[in-house]
Design a protein around this ligand. Structure first.
Ligand code: SF4
Length: 204
């Protein structure tokens, strides 16, 4: 296992590189999380999408099924995406850490740091124009390390040539439904920009 799985260093086309990286990640033991999870949940979706969604880490259902966002929070995300007329299969979905933290605790910073090269490589290889950070950890990892989700959510930021937006994690919406209206405002912004990028594709 290489220490820094930078996507650009792998041979082949982006989709092949992504699959190769996924295979590498399946055998990863770079942090303690691998000792207690069932399997590595790498991510899934359209490799050439213009929209990537990044959450925190796998939960119990994700750990069991090997897929991101398939538990209760994932089902809510599916409903939000459907309401925004964004097909789940058209986007790419992953998490900051690929292994389930025990008892769904927050990933520790050394675990986030150890896993970050995978996320960075996924972003490089999928090369989305829009990145949506779901929750505080993804926001601190990709948007601004000092950002508070309640302060920055819904505000676009341009970084490395991509448009990044932060919103609440669906699990936070389940815990506190009063946040749903704010999340929907954020998704409407995503919807508008995503539709524009889709239109550009159709016009090309
Ligand atoms: S969380 Fe990431 S770095 Fe840690 S073992 Fe899993 S894949 Fe490797």
């Amino acid at each position: 296992m290489q220490e820094d799985p930078g996507g650009s260093k792998l041979p082949g086309k982006p989709a092949e590189k992504l699959l190769q990286l996924q295979k590498e990640a399946a055998g990863c033991s770079l942090c303690e999380l691998r000792k207690t999870c069932s399997q590595v949940v790498f991510g899934e979706g359209n490799f050439s999408t213009r929209l990537m969604l990044v959450g925190e880490g796998p939960g119990a259902e994700e750990d069991r099924l090997g897929r991101p966002f398939v538990g209760r929070a994932g089902q809510l995300l599916d409903r939000i995406l459907a309401a925004a007329e964004i097909k789940r299969e058209d986007v790419y979905i992953t998490n900051v850490v690929k292994c389930r933290p025990p008892s769904n605790r927050l990933p520790l910073q050394p675990e986030v740091d150890a896993c970050y090269p995978y996320l960075r490589a996924q972003i490089e290889l999928v090369n989305p124009e829009i990145v949506l950070c779901l929750g505080a950890l993804a926001t601190r990892t990709l948007y601004d390390k000092n950002a508070a989700i309640t302060r920055v959510r819904g505000q676009w930021k341009e970084k490395d040539g991509r448009c990044i937006l932060a919103t609440f994690h669906p699990a936070a919406l389940l815990r506190d439904p009063s946040k749903k209206k704010f999340a929907w405002e954020d998704f409407k912004k995503i919807m508008a920009v995503y539709r524009n990028t889709q239109k550009e594709v159709a016009d090309e």
